[in-house]
Design a protein around this ligand. Sequence first.
Ligand code: PGA
Length: 252
Amino acid sequence: MAKKIVIANWKMNPLEFSKAKTLFSATRTITKLLKKTKVVIAPPFLFSQGLGVRKNGLFLGAQDALWGSTGAFTGEISVSMLKIIGTDYVICGHSERRSMGESDAIVAKKAYAVYKEGMTPVVCIGERERDANGTYLSFLAQQIRESLSLIPKKDIARIIIAYEPIWAIGKTAEEAMDSRKLHEMTIFIQKTLSGLYGRNSADKVLIIYGGSVEPKNAPDLIKNGNVSGFLVGHASLDAKGFGAILKAVDAL
Ligand code: PGA
């Protein structure tokens, strides 16, 4: 069976490096027991090098990146810099970045740059809200089509899609998407990918879910949601809870 993957998106947390180290070492202890699950830690850039993520057998993630290597781009971190420090996965087009003005065209350039450097782009898609007419479905199809538009067809299986409905982010397990709806959505995403890249390639693209994954809903979501893993925000800041999510994924 294909490996499962869980990405910890620490966002702009924790405040101090000492706290990041404590969180990381507690997380790492739990991951030692896992057999089938890849664990990616995406800390704030500032902490990326100090934690020793890869040295400890985990994968290093980044929460964003700009294409290119060096240049006059105040405040940015380039894909080449991330590559050099050993980054494996880069989140592209997280809704919190899209809400600051990142368009599908920008996400496409970022995803392509990450791919070109040999890292894995984790391309985020997700609707802000749902409507009875299903307009959100065409919105999602467009996000998929445009955000992946620069990736060569033959390599589409190197991308991970993170489906993160915005209305479910940063809430509680009770308010997250349920596994039945998630299953429907993953079928829709697979169909959209099939239409663009053919069934064979589409089936190889990993789809993960993000949006209030907590210890409480993780077992059902991974069992019945038709996903290959999770992108976990707030619950990844508590090593014990994150550990419970990892165990649920690994147990499958
Ligand atoms: P959440 O965040 O788990 O706190 O909802 C997920 C994400 O935004 O990636």
